[in-house]
Design a protein around this ligand. Structure first.
Ligand code: NAP
Length: 312
C-alpha cells in the first residue's frame, strides 16, 4: 500500500502540532498554517478565505484531510460571531465539500460545548445538543455542515485540551501558582482534561485502522465519536493535581491555598456547561481505543510543558 497523501489543516494549534509529528510517519504530509512558511511541506492558508481552501485541497488532492484548526477563544467568540462562524462552520463545510469532490476522508474535531451541561451523566454521541454560546453553536453547525456533505468522516468531540505548547489552563495555573499564594478556581464544572498528545495518538490509530480495513469499514464507523481522557474532575481538581505534579517535578510554587469557586460567582462573556463529561464507550467499541486517565496524561505532558515554558 502506498503512503496516503494527507492534508493537515492548522498545524500551529495544540492538537495540530502533535498531529504533524505523527502524520508525517503515516503518509505524505502537506500541512497548512495561517502565515507563510519556507518549509517545503507547508502551505499558507487563511480559513476565512473560501477560495483559498478550495484551491489548496484541489492542488494537494489528499486522500485524508485532518482539520485541527478552529476559533477556540470561547469568550471572544461571543463578540466575534461572524469570524467564529467562518472558521468553525463555513471552513469545515468547504473542506468537507472538497473532500467529497476528491474522494478524501475527513477527520475533524468538535467539543463538549455542543451540550448544555445539564445533568450528571456523561454525554453520549446520540444525546440532544444545546450549545450555551457562540463557540459551541458554531462548532455544532460545523458538525452539521460536514455530515451534510456526504464525505466519509469522523468528528471527534473532545474536552479541556492542553499541550506542552500553546495557551491552556495548565500553563495559566503554573504562571499564577508561581507568584500567588491563594487562587480561587471553578469547582462545579465537571469534565476530563485531555492532552493534545492523547488526541493525536487516537486520531492516528483510527486512520491506521481505516487504511488497513478500507473505505467501507471507515464509512460504517465514522460520524461523531467522543474522544477524551478517561476519568473526570473539575477545574479545581485539575488545578490541585497540576500543582501536586509540578511540585513532584521539583518546581517551586507560591500557591498554598486553592479555594473552590462556583461558576455563578465567576461571570464570563460565554456561559459554560456544568456537565462536560463525555461518554467514551463508542470510541472503545468502534476503534478499540481506551485512553489513559487525565492524571496519567498530565504526568506525560507536564515535563515538556514546563521545559517549553520556563517562565510560564
Ligand atoms: N482547546 C480546547 O480546550 C478544546 C476543547 C474541546 C474541543 N476543542 C477542539 O479541538 C480542536 C483543536 O483545538 P486546539 O486547542 O488545538 O486549538 P488551538 O490550539 O486554539 O489552535 C487553533 C488552530 O486554528 C488555527 N486558526 C484559527 N483561525 C484560523 C484562520 N483564520 N486561518 C487559519 N488557521 C486558523 C490557529 O492558527 P494560528 O496559530 O495562526 O492562530 C491554530 O493553528 C478544535 O477543533 C477545537 O474546537 C478544543
Amino acid at each position: 500500500m502506498s503512503a496516503p497523501r494527507i492534508l493537515l489543516v492548522g498545524r500551529t494549534g495544540q492538537v495540530g502540532r502533535e498531529l504533524e509529528a505523527l502524520l508525517r510517519v503515516l503518509g505524505e504530509l502537506t500541512a497548512t498554517q495561517r502565515a507563510a512558511s519556507a518549509e517545503p511541506h507547508v502551505r499558507a492558508l487563511d480559513l476565512s478565505d473560501i477560495a483559498a481552501i478550495r484551491s489548496v485541497v484541489r492542488d494537494v488532492r489528499p486522500q485524508w484531510i485532518v482539520n485541527a484548526a478552529a476559533h477556540t477563544a470561547v469568550d471572544k467568540a461571543e463578540s466575534e460571531r461572524e469570524l467564529a462562524a467562518a472558521i468553525n462552520t463555513t471552513a469545515p463545510g468547504v473542506l468537507a465539500e472538497e473532500a467529497t469532490q476528491c474522494g478524501a476522508a475527513l477527520v475533524h474535531y468538535s467539543t463538549d460545548y455542543v451540550f448544555d451541561g445539564s445533568g450528571e451523566r456523561p454525554w453520549r454521541e446520540t444525546d440532544p445538543t444545546g450549545p450555551l454560546g457562540v463557540y459551541g453553536q458554531t462548532k455544532l453547525d460545523g458538525e452539521r455542515a460536514i455530515a451534510a456533505s456526504g464525505c466519509p468522516h469522523v468528528i471527534l468531540r473532545t474536552s479541556w485540551v492542553y499541550a506542552a505548547v500553546g495557551h491552556n489552563f495548565v500553563r495559566t495555573m503554573l504562571r499564577l501558582g508561581a507568584t500567588r499564594e491563594r487562587l480561587t478556581i471553578v469547582a462545579d464544572q465537571h469534565g476530563a482534561p485531555t492532552s493534545a498528545l492523547v488526541i493525536a495518538r487516537a486520531t492516528v490509530e483510527i486512520m491506521r485502522q481505516a487504511l488497513a480495513h478500507g473505505p467501507g469499514w471507515f464509512a460504517e464507523r465514522g460520524g461523531v465519536v467522543h474522544l477524551a481522557c478517561s476519568g473526570e474532575t473539575t477545574w479545581h481538581g485539575f488545578a490541585t493535581e497540576i500543582f501536586a505534579q509540578a511540585r513532584a517535578l521539583g518546581l517551586t510554587l507560591a500557591v498554598n491555598d486553592v479555594a473552590p469557586l462556583k461558576t455563578a460567582d465567576y461571570p464570563t462573556p460565554a456561559r459554560r456547561p456544568l456537565n462536560s463529561r463525555l461518554d467514551l464507550k463508542r470510541l472503545g467499541e468502534r476503534f478499540g481505543i481506551a485512553n489513559p486517565t487525565w492524571r496519567d496524561a498530565l504526568r506525560e505532558t507536564l515535563p515538556a510543558l514546563i521545559a517549553a515554558n520556563p517562565a510560564t
